[in-house]
Design a protein around this ligand. Sequence first.
Ligand SMILES: Cc1cc2nc3c(=O)[nH]c(=O)nc-3n(C[C@H](O)[C@H](O)[C@H](O)COP(=O)(O)OP(=O)(O)OC[C@H]3O[C@@H](n4cnc5c(N)ncnc54)[C@H](O)[C@@H]3O)c2cc1C
Length: 232
Amino acid sequence: AAVMALGPSAAGVGQLGRRLTVASSHIVMTEPVPDVLDSVGWTGGESITDARAYVHYLRTTPDGRIAFGWGGGRMAFGARVGGRIEVDPAVAAEIRRHLVRFFPALEGRRVTHAWGGPIDISPAHLPAFGTLAGGRAHYGFGYTGNGVGPAYLGGRILASLALDSRDELTRLALVEPASAPVPPEPLRWIGGNLIRSAFLRKEAIEERGGRAGAATELVAGIPARLGVHVGR
Ligand SMILES: Cc1cc2nc3c(=O)[nH]c(=O)nc-3n(C[C@H](O)[C@H](O)[C@H](O)COP(=O)(O)OP(=O)(O)OC[C@H]3O[C@@H](n4cnc5c(N)ncnc54)[C@H](O)[C@@H]3O)c2cc1C
């Protein structure tokens, strides 16, 4: 048996290609700023996330830096996970602006690192496991940007599938779930970008206390009407 735990590259596997989309998530990291952390009382190493569709996630490091991520990076075309999906200077610059909006005291302080990578987004926002037609190759994908903990369970599920154990792990609802198919390329990329733009516009307007226009709401509402979750 073979196990394919390919992350976003699962989108390049013929039988899985219509079951996930790929978009990038990026992080920037500041120089040590213990004075800023002290001033806002963020000294316990807490990790923080907000609740938007394109989520911000942030934490401190032991040497007093802030690592600040944003799940609003670009859509990948199909399974092309290189280039700007991995390192996108424009998205890193955008995240720096978000960082300073969150922490105005960081204006003028250095960002020393920036990086990103592809996220395997499943329409249900839950990972999926199963066996390809032919019965010899088993797959797990779709952690949707939250795979560090769940990949442990995923590994156990894949081991049970590979051993043909038919136990409580292979009977979980995450195994061979019914799922709404994502559109084929180039529709996925074009539609995904339109929806991403609508969500970003809507969230920016709502952050200023406004209400998005009807066209923006209509486009941002398409995924929900198709049974697809958007965001991380
Ligand atoms: C910027 C960023 C921030 C993130 N932050 C968090 C977070 O805070 N919390 C969290 O839980 N998750 C986070 N994630 C997501 C997390 O990294 C993934 O969910 C997790 O790594 C998925 O594990 P995986 O084993 O499925 O895939 P991966 O860790 O992606 O591993 C897949 C491996 O398959 C290899 N591969 C691909 N194609 C082939 C091939 N054809 N042949 C051989 N090997 C191949 C790849 O090189 C890779 O090593 C983040 C991701 C990014 C990019």
